[in-house]
Design a protein around this ligand. Structure first.
Ligand SMILES: Cc1cc2nc3c(=O)[nH]c(=O)nc-3n(C[C@H](O)[C@H](O)[C@H](O)COP(=O)(O)OP(=O)(O)OC[C@H]3O[C@@H](n4cnc5c(N)ncnc54)[C@H](O)[C@@H]3O)c2cc1C
Length: 399
């Protein structure tokens, strides 16, 4: 029923769950809530329906299980299984869900004298957690990837059941399927969150007010701002990260995994025989900016890239973009109820590794909402309480 507030007519909607954010996390939660019948009426607000600035559409789409905590490994492993069947699991009456182009070329951390001990110790832990990986000698790295100069390397940790995919299609698949399952998407910014008797009570945009006993902050890099709308602290900050895409002289990289160089840059094959490359710098702006920095590639990435892959001394930088990592104080996601406001849940702060966790993270949060606990994936340690209690779960495998 429409009501009038300050001269604006508001459509009044009653829901079980209102979600702020329609990147990968919001639609994933919505999909699982409906798919498992854990909630009947679900509404998702998205301020940027063309997704010009969402992190999901601007992601590199790398998928790995090589993490340093059990929760992150569990989230990634479950998500890999989901991605393998994505088109089937998100099929609608129109046909199969989108092809997310999941290419299991692997994920390779190159080792040198400086990082070998740390990464090898981490690999021991990962193997104990059941992660499938291979410890490559230098000749093995050279044999598989002869274009690389391995003279300074001591080996590689190669994650199998890993690779990369098209993040935009993941978002589209979850959104389309959730919509078919009855989820309503409101293409507007949530501008207010109302509370009542110490509980989350409603979300308001310009033309819609949704009352719901459960409100989910799935706002990615904006999660802190959405927390402030509800009067609570959600420690997530934006950090601008660059991607560069270039054509290469010969199409020799199609079988490459996502390679992480000891100097910090990563690269992987991209469609059309091109290569995609990125690197995080400590000076990257911690702000809502999306300015692509072409010169940074030339000055601070290309020299190392051409040293590692000498044939890339000749390349043609075609394009690129800048997107936001959504960073928490310990580089790990927040999944679960917020300790300071009943009914307010957070699924945000994936700190640059949300694509590999989105399907499972959405399931975990849907189960928390519906059952009071995450039953299918153990996300212990990723709760929102940890910051106030000084229990940070530091992730050292951040790329
Ligand atoms: C350059 C780059 C490379 C990356 N590479 C990888 C990678 O290789 N592998 C990997 O796993 N991850 C990677 N990531 C990280 C991954 O993309 C993110 O972790 C993931 O997309 C986060 O999803 P999200 O749904 O939380 O955020 P988003 O996709 O940003 O979605 C949040 C949505 O909330 C909306 N919103 C915010 N405030 C409001 C409001 N008030 N009202 C309504 N809507 C609102 C926003 O418009 C946005 O669409 C990368 C990210 C970047 C930027």
């Amino acid at each position: 029923m429409p009501t009038s507030s300050g001269g604006i007519t508001l459509e009044e909607v009653c829901a079980d769950v209102a979600i702020v954010g329609g990147g990968v996390m919001g639609p994933s939660v919505a999909y699982h809530l409906r798919n498992l019948n854990l909630a009947e009426h679900v509404v998702v607000f998205e301020q940027d329906p063309l997704h010009m600035h969402s992190s999901t559409g601007l992601s590199a789409g790398g998928i790995r299980q090589l993490f340093s905590s059990a929760a992150n490994i569990a989230l990634a492993r479950w998500s890999v299984g989901f991605y393998r069947r994505f088109a089937e699991l998100t099929a609608t009456r129109q046909g199969p869900g989108p092809d997310v182009g999941f290419r299991e070329n692997g994920y390779l951390f190159l080792l040198d004298a400086a990082n070998e001990e740390m990464l090898s110790r981490r690999a021991d832990f990962q193997e104990a957690q059941g992660v499938a990986l291979q410890r490559l000698s230098v000749p093995e790295v050279q044999k598989r990837y002869p274009e690389m100069d391995v003279s300074d390397l001591t080996g590689g940790i190669f994650g199998v059941e890993a690779g990369f995919l098209d993040p935009y299609q993941v978002m589209r698949g979850f959104t389309d399927k959730a919509r078919e399952l009855g989820v309503r998407f409101v293409p507007e910014q949530a501008v207010a969150i109302e509370t009542s008797n110490g509980r989350a009570a409603a979300v308001r945009s310009e033309s819609v007010r949704v009352t719901a006993p459960i409100i989910v902050d799935a706002a990615g890099a904006w999660a802190g701002a959405v927390g402030r709308l509800a009067g609570v602290d959600v420690p997530v900050e934006p950090t601008a990260r660059q991607i560069w895409v270039f054509g290469v002289p010969e199409d020799r990289f199609g079988h490459y995994p996502l390679v992480v160089d000891p100097s910090g840059f990563y690269f992987r094959p991209e469609a059309g025989g091109r290569v995609l490359c990125g690197k995080s710098f400590p000076e990257d702006p911690k702000d809502f900016v999306w300015d692509w920095n072409r010169d940074l590639f030339q000055e601070a990435v290309w020299p190392d890239l051409a040293t590692r892959v000498p044939m890339l001394e000749r390349l043609h930088l075609e394009s690129g973009w800048c997107g936001l990592y959504e960073v928490t104080p310990d580089d790990n996601a927040i999944i679960g109820p917020h300790p300071d406001l009943a009914g307010f849940y957070v699924i945000a702060g994936f700190s640059g590794h949300g694509m590999m966790q989105g399907p499972a993270a959405g399931l975990a949060l849907a189960e928390m909402i519906g059952h009071g606990e995450a039953r299918s994936v153990d996300v212990t340690g990723l709760d929102a309480r940890r910051f106030g209690e000084g229990r940070l779960l530091r992730e050292d495998a951040v790329v």
